[in-house]
Design a protein around this ligand. Sequence first.
Ligand SMILES: *[C@@H]1O[C@H](CO)[C@@H](O)[C@H](O)[C@H]1NC(C)=O
Ligand SMILES: *[C@@H]1O[C@H](CO)[C@@H](O)[C@H](O)[C@H]1NC(C)=O
Length: 820
Amino acid sequence: MRNKTKPSPHIPLFTMKESDIVESSRYAISLVLHLFLLLLLFFHLITCNPINVPNKILLNCGSNEGSTFNGVNWIGDVGSSFLPPEYDKSSSTLLISSIKSRAPKVPYSTARITHSPLTYSFPSSPGLKFIRIYFLSSSYLKKMNLSKAYFSVKAGPYTLVSNFNPFNFAEELNLVFFTKDFLVNVGEENLKITFTPSPSISNAFAFVNGIEIFPVPHSIYFPSSMVPYLGHQEPFFINDEYALEILYRVSIASEYSADVENAFGTWLDDSNYISGSQSGSVLSITHRIVRMNFTTLTSKDYNYSAPEELYLTARTMGSNGDANMKYNLTWSFPVDSGFKYLVRLHFCEISTEVTQVHQKVFKVYINNETAEERMDVVALAGGPFTPLSRDFVVMVPSESGRRKDLWIALHPNLELKPTYADAMLNGIEIIKLSDSNLSLAAIFELRREQRKKKVPHVIIVAGAILGTILGLLTFFILIRRAWKKLKWGTSHILSSKSTRRSHKNIQPTVTSGHCRQFTLAEISIATSNFSEALVIGEGGFGKVYKGMMHDGVTPVAVKRSNPSSRQGFKEFQNEINVFSFCHLNLVSLLGYCQEGNELILVYEYMAHGPLCDHLYKKQKQPLPWIQRLKICVGAARGLHYLHTGTSQRVIHRDVKSANILLDQNWVAKVADFGLCRTVPSLYHSHVSTEVKGTLGYLDPEYYKRRKLTEKSDVYSFGVVLFEVLSGRPAVNPVAVEEESEKAGLAVWAMHCCQFGTIDQLVDPYLEGNIKPECLRAFVDIGIQCLADRSADRPTMGELLNSLERILLQDSLEEQEINAT
Ligand SMILES: *[C@@H]1O[C@H](CO)[C@@H](O)[C@H](O)[C@H]1NC(C)=O
Ligand SMILES: *[C@@H]1O[C@H](CO)[C@@H](O)[C@H](O)[C@H]1NC(C)=O
């Protein structure tokens, strides 16, 4: 209901009269308070100079000089601006220099030890920061009682470790020196890292050898979409409330640290983590043989995520399929119990024999839960030699604070009769998620605070005046609200009246939140309050806006249902329920918002819009043939995945060129799942249902018999193929041939085929650009899709294969032409 966001106009008027005295006194107090606060802020802003924020900080704790080690510059913390000045003399901290050990000299040859809380304060810009803390556990601390080295480390509001004893930790891992790596969202312009000796242990102390800090892109471990939460119905959204600890990054049978500046990546050999007697076999290729196709899924923030080397080696189960069926290829990693973990698995099919979908399909288990029932790397990545990563969140239940194993296992899945009974993996990352003590609201508050500070000084005075006015207004409103609450009795009657009045418009509530829920306020900010200037489309459901998420870099498409109609509700609900797929060729639903009678869906933004715009909108540059083919292949992959790729078979029901969207790289993604239906089980071959869909694309069998199968999507896709070829819409394609005008593109295509005039079907722009064999093959497969009986149509998988073959042939010929 609307009056949630806007105070009802009746109430203030009503309460004004009765509360004059109370209100005016509160008003006066607030005025004085507010002016005072503003004055303070004003002075603060004038006196503090903007600080130069270094991109990377390397702090050598306990050292009084800078040092260069292995080509990087470290700053000594003694006398540095990162510590409050009293630490220089204070005896509360102890410096240990010239520690002898085999550890790298910097930062491990010095340490700072404290018996009371010690806070380092680093200048920082807001955003995600990588924080690495260095610890050396060796005999240098002999004179200290090691059992007293229990402490916690906090970064801003986030507790990174608590009751941590580095000696026990090192002993368990059989290490002498180690680092703890974290990712923390910093909301302010400085980052405080505090070491606090455990208060529960008398004479406890904390120590640290070094600290490293640098900024990283937010998206790296905070995916913008939901992550499957194993063992739970609803997926998981990793929001800024979590501080992340990078526990494991392993690659296959090799070890390397990324040498790119600011990349935090030591990737360790996975063979230490293989559990069970069988470790499969290692497959590896070199750069020279193939070029990796980095897609939008993996190329983002490339320096910070997995390096290309990771994908050049894979562990497979081996070539003996029968033997493979008898075991699980298993890795296990010790972790703290009682926490959630983000498990990121990296895949890239590098076997030259596996290039098609359904050649290698396997199950992925994480801690006894099925993470992927049918992992088909080629299908999901969109091809061989294409890196892909998959995220999962898993809870490791608490077992009196003990460490437990988190394990990952692979096993072939023969259900779809793949060519090889095998499984493979290229890399594993395990990230611990820790709740912060700050609520999300408080983080937003911090951000806002910080944004205020960024304003140039000239505007500050004007801002302050404006702020006063706004502040006063806010106070005024707040006080009225408070008063309204006090006078609950009367206003309750009023508001229940207004509820009844607007009852007609109340929507049922969405029953299952399969994705992130946005507030109307967030959406409103993202779309500049639904500015008409941002409208990028309009459909039956309502308007579609281009928006910008609060990070300021992620564009989104916001689909807002027409508030006056209830029609969209079922589709809305359906889209949220059905939509938990993640596939390169399906548009991702990022979240939704239901507030009052607002129904809003938030999707990834598709820069080039719907395919139909590029086929028959005059003002757009026509697409070349190869690109059209690639788009068909992409869309077919998306649909094939819907039909077979998940545990449920999903029928799209509204395949058309308007529902195939193109991203900034011209990758085709299928959209609009409002009419999707899932086929209940393998025993049902079809669902019967009322006929929905779009004229011109409707499967005649479905239309006549109400029998809905995956083949209905194949039919509609056939129509799309002819749209792509002819550059004409599905309905009223030709004005030239009177009699076929009403019939639609499908009938006209059949007609042309029958009379051997397929040349007429070709978009004049493409004339002479399509090899005759390719044209024939393309028309053939298109006509098969349009078969009257669904049994005569190819499956989406067969269709995909044919299209891929045509594309391959076409590109091969193009290369030949280029070569000669
Ligand atoms: C593989 O792991 C799964 C999940 O725990 C288990 O159900 C299955 O029995 C295991 N298979 C073999 C062959 O060990
Ligand atoms: C996995 O499931 C099996 C059978 O339910 C159980 O015996 C085993 O303890 C479970 N393992 C883990 C790690 O949860």
